[in-house]
Each structure stands twice: as C-alpha cells, then as structure tokens.
Design a protein around this ligand. Structure first.
Ligand SMILES: *Cc1c(COP(=O)(O)O)cnc(C)c1O
Length: 410
C-alpha cells in the first residue's frame, strides 16, 4: 500500500474508490503482496527441494487459491470442504495435504478416496488407517514436539496441553502401530502454532524431527508447518525468512546426508502469505463521545473480524478518507451487540461520520472466520489483481440469511 498524492492506494487504485465502488464493509487483498511473500519464501529456501502448502483456512476464497496455484504453491486443507474448494481452484489431489484434527475416520477415508495426502494426528486413527489400508496408501504423521512456541496459548499448538499431533513421548507406541500394520509413512509433520519469534524455535523443532526421522526409512518429505510471524504493530519482530533459510537449510542438508537421501522440505504458511495483503474497509457510522473516550462506531464488528476480540490481536487502523486530518485519539468499536472493540486509544487522522477506515493485516483469519451473528451479511471481498480491483465475493443478501431456515406452521 502506498500514500500517493494524499490518497492511500493499492497498485495505483485509491482505497476510497474501492470502498465507493464495492461498498463497505469490504475485504480488499493485494495480489502483488501475496505473490511477493510467496517469492520471498522461495528465495530463502532456493537451495532446497521446497514445497509450500498454503494453509487454505487463513483465506479460503477460490480466486486466492487460484492465485496460489498459479504461482506454484500447493495447499494444506483441514476439512473435506476445503479440499473440494482447492480442487475446484485447480489443485490436483496429490498437491493437497489433508491435515484435519479430531475428525472421524470416515472423513479421513473420504480424503483417501479423493487421493489427498493424508496427515494423521492421532494414534487411534493411525491404527484404523493401518488396519484398513496397510501399506497401500502412504501417509504423513503429525507429531507434537511439546515446544511452547508463540506468545499466546490459543494459537500455540505444539505444547504439552495441546490437542494437536501425536506426542513425541509416544514414539514407541507409534512405531509399534506402524510396524504391526505395515504402514508406509512418507512424511513427518510438525506445526507448533502461529507467531514463532525466531529461527531458534524452528531449529529446536527440526532437531527433534531429525532424531525421530531415523526410525522412518521411507520418508519423502519433512513438513515444518508454519509459525511465520508477520508484523501487526509497527515495531513487531517478524520471522527473518532469509536467516531461517540459511540456518534450517544447513541443518536439513546435514540431516539429509546422514539419512542417505535428499528429502523435500515442506512448509504450510497461511498468515505469512496473506495477512499483510489484506485491508478491511469499514465506514464510520457514528462518532460517540462518552466520559471515557471518543468512540468511532463502524459498520462492522466481531462478526466480520474476530481476531481483536478472540486473540487480543492488534490490528493497525487508519483513516483512508482524511489522510491529512489532525491526529486525535479514538476507540474503534463495532455495531454488534457485544463488546466488539477493534482498538482502544488509536491515534487516527480526524474521523468524521462517513469516513472510511482501513484495518490492516486483515488477509489472514479475517473473512474466513466471519459469521452471520446478529443476522448481518458477511462482507464482500475484492482482489486487486494486475492493476484492477476485482470482486471475488459478493456481499451477502437477505436470501443468504434465510437460505437454510425452515419456517414451520406455528
Ligand atoms: C492453521 C495452520 C497453519 C497455518 O498457520 P499460520 O499461522 O496461518 O501460518 C499451518 N498448518 C496447520 C496444520 C494449520 O492448522
């Protein structure tokens, strides 16, 4: 995003113009930013046999999936429906890693029937898998290294209390199940959660994986999950992918040498690829002065962007309509009948009723976590692609609210 001639622009298009053309609230994604993030990963790991499996749940729009496909990414899905969407977007089943958690064996079997790469995160499921398929269908296993990664327990998935993965302390049991059922394990996987601060956590995790990997002679890849951190606040530390590329690359080279074969290195970033591409445009409905603060009440809320309320996530906000207005202190809140605060004590260029505000870092876990709470419509989505703002999802209408409701005689 650039500030040109006192207007905020994406690829030369004014954000105010996008708000006018498509209405608010609207999610806007900059395709160039997605492509450059993808490229930075490819560059950082250019000496490796690298595969990037985009975590589709972070932003699941079919046009974004197509963009990922076009630029060489595979995809990581967590449900059969996401897999179907990915296939609709052009991914072949062998490019799709299916990493569900706590799903029934029946759903896993659907994944097998579709030809997806199956990632198993529970020993009881692995037993059923082995009993049913033996070595006819290879699989990947998701391990939990019990590393506390990231600052927030809600988004940290590798620690002791986490429900994700098979504990590395269960290795003996895991190996017994694999051996007894003759299971073909072709991949090992770890995903310790979002927001890992530094390369050291990755390296620690990698050491554990390398250790374990020696017990699996048929590996084709090791999947290091995600955890790439992006900046939400101006001075936030972000994952230095170049440094990670060097350090993890070196460690992986050494491992492959001792393992006897060069394996593929996989990652499955969501946030890293799409977070910064996204701007959520909302309109200031009201300015409301109370004894405590000046509220800006906007035409959205936790129904459209729940991260600030669910994770205490900080999203920068700026006034698109008045870039040169004097700075004043505001608290930006939603219109939902809940306490849905987007941000306390934000210094914004003076906000007038009707101004358009942009909420940053809205690409990941924004629309994909939106709901119809308060019977509000979910927003439209726009992709700025090759210099044009293109609608990639219509705003919902009353028909969508009523769609599956059945009115009985009462
Ligand atoms: C959600 C998820 C990711 C993506 O995490 P980000 O923090 O968005 O990069 C990767 N792998 C798995 C298994 C996930 O569930």
């Amino acid at each position: 995003m650039e500030l040109n001639n006192n207007t905020y622009q994406l690829q030369g298009i004014d954000l105010t113009q996008i708000a006018e053309e498509f209405g608010t609230p609207v999610y806007v994604y900059d395709a160039d930013k997605i492509i450059s993030q993808l490229q930075s990963l490819k560059d950082a790991f250019s000496t490796q046999k690298l595969k990037i499996k985009y975590a589709a749940k972070s932003l699941t729009n079919i046009s974004v999936l197509k963009l990922m496909k076009k630029h060489g990414a595979g995809v990581d899905v967590v449900s059969i429906q996401e897999a179907r969407l990915a296939m609709k977007a052009g991914f072949t089943p062998d490019e799709i890693l299916f990493t569900p958690n706590c799903v029934s064996f029946a759903e896993l079997q659907q994944g097998v029937e579709m030809g997806l790469i199956i990632n198993i995160d529970n020993i009881s499921i692995l037993e059923q898998f082995g009993h049913t398929y033996h070595d006819s269908i290879p699989c990947c296993v998701r391990l939990n290294p019990h590393i506390m990664a990231g600052g927030n327990a809600k988004i940290s998935t590798g620690h002791g209390d986490s429900k994700f993965g098979i504990s590395i302390y269960q290795m003996a049991h895991l190996l017994r199940v694999v051996k007894t059922n003759n299971i073909h394990v072709k991949g090992l996987h770890m995903h310790t959660g979002s927001d890992i601060l530094d390369a050291e956590v990755f390296l620690k995790m990698a050491d554990i994986l390398f250790d374990v990997a020696n017990d699996f002679p048929d590996l084709e890849f090791i999947d290091f999950g995600s955890g790439f951190k992006v900046a939400y606040k101006p001075n936030d530390i972000t994952t230095d992918v170049k440094e990670l590329g060097l350090k993890l690359g070196n460690a992986f080279d050494k491992f492959c040498e001792s393992y006897g074969r060069r394996l593929e290195m996989w990652f499955e970033p969501g946030k890293y690829l799409v977070s910064e591409s996204g701007y959520f445009l909302v309109k200031a409905n009201v300015i409301k002065t109370t004894p405590a603060t000046v509220f800006v009440g906007v035409d959205s809320g936790l129904n459209h962007l729940i991260r600030p309320m669910m994770y205490d996530a900080h999203h920068e906000i700026f006034n698109v309509s008045n870039p040169s207005g004097i700075k004043r202190v505001y608290s930006v809140v939603g219109y939902i009948c809940e306490t849905d605060t987007f941000g306390w004590d934000r210094k914004l260029n003076e906000v007038r009723e009707g101004d358009v505000l942009a909420i940053k870092n809205a690409g990941a876990y924004g629309f994909s976590m939106a709901s119809n709470y308060n019977s509000r419509y979910r927003p439209a989505e726009v992709l700025v692609y090759e210099g044009k703002a293109r609608l990639i999802r219509q705003r919902e209408t009353m028909d969508d609210i009523l769609k599956n409701q059945i009115e009985i005689d009462i």
